[in-house]
Design a protein. Structure first.
Length: 201
């Protein structure tokens, strides 16, 4: 297997020369950091550029492999998540958790795509009753989320085809068991950009 530094160089080569991050960082800046062997910075800059520039599934795969070799598990998990979104589509929402006093969770949770709560997205069970669907949850810009807090989240449905009707503006509820523990307003729905072989996270 190639080392992390080779993988990052290959990912850089997949970007068009004019690609840049929102703060103006360019591919030339990334290559300059490579010459100075600032590899963790290189990884971060490549992820920033990919937020603004369409990239390939292979790009995210190279970054994930490099991050795992560098023992940067949070970055590796994020790259894996972004690759999943390329295959299945992106779904973002503004989630507000109930406080513990309101009947919500008693503890905070990792925002790094580990929690798989149930969601009421309007689907019905065969008997006409409520049906809930599972989706992983990633909290943007925060490592954890606590009862009573609000944050923008990304959802990775276990069965994406059951979420095709969800649109921006829809209100969906988060459950752990049957009780409602949070309410989310959908703010973005984007189709797959590389619908290759379908795989789970």
């Amino acid at each position: 297997m190639d080392d992390a530094f080779t993988l990052l160089r290959r990912a850089t080569d997949l970007l068009p020369e004019g690609a840049r991050a929102v703060d103006g960082v360019t591919v030339d800046d990334v290559r300059d950091c490579q010459r100075h062997q600032e590899w963790e910075l290189v990884l971060g800059l490549l992820m920033e550029i990919a937020d603004e520039q369409p990239v390939s599934l292979r790009f995210w795969s190279l970054l994930e492999d490099a991050a795992r070799q560098m023992m940067l598990e949070h970055s590796a998990d994020w790259c894996e998540w972004r690759a999943w979104e390329m295959r299945h589509g992106t779904l973002r929402a503004r989630l507000s958790l109930l406080s513990t006093e309101e009947g919500g969770r008693r503890t905070d949770f990792s925002g790094q795509g580990r929690l798989r709560p149930l969601w009421d997205i309007g689907n019905l069970a065969p008997d006409g009753g409520q049906s809930v669907n599972v989706a992983w949850l990633w909290v943007e810009s925060a490592p954890r989320m606590a009862p009573g807090e609000s944050a923008t989240v990304r959802l990775a449905p276990l069965s994406p085809e059951q979420w095709r009707h969800v649109q921006p503006g829809d209100v969906i509820t988060m459950h752990e068991g049957r009780p409602v523990v949070g309410t989310a307003v959908v703010i973005e729905v984007a189709p797959p950009s590389d619908p290759g072989p379908q795989q789970d996270l």
